[in-house]
Design a protein around this ligand. Structure first.
Ligand SMILES: O=c1ccn([C@H]2C[C@H](O)[C@@H](CO)O2)c(=O)[nH]1
Length: 154
């Protein structure tokens, strides 16, 4: 097993925030793999999301649509559910891609979902490059305002 395989399966500790294109590329690979699991009979727009957690593990998700269109779960939603089911954790880096492998930025609701499980320095890779969740969701209201530690709630 190569170091890349270890990264993809979340078995090795990583630096807190990807500094290098190669680190983002590995995370994006996980998002692309997740995208292939999407259930998108209505939009035909598959999305995959992947997050690197503080402990070095990687969690991913795909969008899951519904005949009642508005009930669609974005890839970020299923990823956050998977994160909690896997024992919780804080996200230090996140990325999201479409079928073409292009970076897309999370919708408004999903920015708030991500905030709930974010490390304070959480970075997001967008088509414009790496940025912070704070930049995508300025003046936010989240668990830190309620002095809730997301790791202590389970
Ligand atoms: O960040 C995003 C943006 C869109 N979608 C999904 C929702 C819907 O299934 C499809 C088209 O909007 O893309 C996501 O999963 N994540």
């Amino acid at each position: 097993m190569t170091q890349d395989d270890d990264f993809l399966t979340g078995r090795i500790a990583r630096i807190p925030v990807p500094d290098h294109d190669a680190d983002w590329e590995r995370l994006t690979t996980q998002a692309r793999i997740a995208m292939t699991r999407a259930y998108v009979p209505y939009s035909d727009y598959p999305v995959g999301a992947a997050a690197l957690l503080e402990d070095g593990s990687v969690i991913s998700g795909c969008n899951v649509e519904n005949a009642s269109y508005g009930l669609t779960l974005c890839a970020e939603c299923t990823m956050i559910g998977a994160l909690q089911m896997a024992g919780g954790g804080k996200i230090v880096a996140f990325t999201c891609v479409n079928r073409q492998g292009e970076y897309i930025t999370p919708c408004g609701r999903c920015r708030q979902l991500l905030l709930e499980f974010s490390a304070e320095t959480m970075h997001v890779r967008t088509a414009q490059g790496a940025t912070t969740l704070d930049a995508l969701l300025p003046q936010s209201f989240g668990p830190r305002d309620l002095e809730i530690n997301t790791m202590e709630t389970r």
